[in-house]
Design a binder for this molecule. Structure first.
Ligand SMILES: C[S@@+](CC[C@H](N)C(=O)[O-])C[C@H]1O[C@@H](n2cnc3c(N)ncnc32)[C@H](O)[C@@H]1O
Length: 329
């Protein structure tokens, strides 16, 4: 059974059944522009609901890893094996050194080795977080788990089979949304609008996803609606987000959160599920297009994000120029 192979902040394993229930019966092509760990993609794929999919994320290292798993899963497993063995055979007190050595010293060039490094760091870092510093270097501290499951070869193989023929793009959500057509289905799961200053985790790509990006996303959602493309979007139950999507069907769904490092702060809170599905019935009009070819899938160096549209370039994320790279190899 194919399941997410990464821990990802904001992963939607719990929300996936609700999205599946609300998704259109027939899905021409499935689009997920904020892919992360891909919980909803795997749930729909396993349920036999999608035959064709275009998955994207602004984090180029993440997409490079997904591509490596899709294209050469045995190569990824072979590259991850020695990293996992070295770490697990190290005395627990010394494991932090083993972690920092991979994090700070290893700069592999082959995509499979780069993917293995990201998988290793994802399973051994603090809470599976992904965060880079101003220079684009992954800077999450060691996580201290007892015997972490660093390598699950069967899970990677299942994921690879589920990804056969699936398009994977490192790009901004606007570009990914623009490729969707009537008859397709788009699920949007952006970094959530923080409910408080301390609950914020919006920096998956090295650039903050601020309110200007939330507005840009609402505009993209409106454009999907105008083109007759069914879409669902999840976000925090923040009043500003409710305001942005006024006029759409909005459901409040109770969900657990696990991003807060303070255990006491991990309590279930409502999230929003916004739908345009009723509104788009009967609409049509988009032109077909594919993502910029995956010519860069062979080199992590080259897997930088495709340049966003003109309006995207005014967002803080793009002004910072730090999107989508874990660390230059
Ligand atoms: C909440 S997570 C998605 C989690 C995912 N649904 C899952 O189940 O794991 C948000 C994702 O948006 C991505 N992201 C942030 N800014 C973006 C942008 N401007 N365009 C596309 N993706 C972006 C992040 O890299 C992160 O993976």
């Amino acid at each position: 059974m194919a399941r997410p192979f990464l821990k990802w902040a904001g992963g939607k394993a719990k929300l996936a059944p609700l999205v599946a229930e609300r998704a259109p019966e027939r899905i021409g092509r499935y689009h997920e522009p904020f892919l992360g760990g891909g919980a909803v993609f795997f749930a729909l794929r396993e349920a036999g609901r999608i035959a064709d999919a275009a998955l994207a994320d602004g984090n180029a290292d993440l997409i490079g890893t997904w591509r490596a798993v899709r294209d050469d899963v045995e190569g990824v497993i072979a590259a991850l094996e020695p990293l996992a063995a070295r770490y697990l055979n190290t005395e627990q007190l010394q494991q932090a050194f083993a972690y920092y050595k991979v994090r700070d010293d290893l700069r592999p060039r082959l995509p499979v080795a780069w993917a293995a490094r990201l998988l290793f760091l994802n399973k051994t870092c603090f809470n599976g977080l992904y965060r880079v510093n101003r220079r684009g270097r992954f800077n999450v501290p060691h996580g201290r788990y007892e015997q972490p499951a660093i390598l699950d070869a069967e899970r990677l193989r299942d994921a690879s089979r589920a990804l056969a023929g699936v398009e994977l793009c490192a790009e901004d959500f606007e570009r990914a949304c623009a490729r969707a057509e009537p008859g397709d289905f788009v699920y949007l799961d952006p970094p959530y609008q923080p409910l408080s200053a301390t609950s914020a985790f919006t920096q998956y790509t090295g650039a903050d996803f601020g309110f200007a990006d939330q507005q840009r996303l609402r505009d993209a959602f409106d454009a999907l609606t105008e083109r007759g493309v069914p879409a669902l979007l999840s976000n925090s139950a923040h009043p500003d987000i409710e305001n942005l999507y006024r006029g759409y069907a909005i459901e409040r769904v109770p969900m657990g959160r696990s991003i807060n490092s303070n255990g006491a702060g991990r309590k279930p809170i409502d999230e929003l599920l916004v739908s345009n599905i009723e509104r788009v019935a009967g609409a049509s009009g988009a032109q077909s297009s594919r993502c910029i070819p995956e010519m860069n899938s062979r080199s992590p160096n080259a897997s930088r994000m495709a340049s966003p549209s003109a309006s995207a370039s005014s967002s803080p994320a793009h002004r910072s120029g730090r999107m989508g790279t874990m660390a230059p190899p």
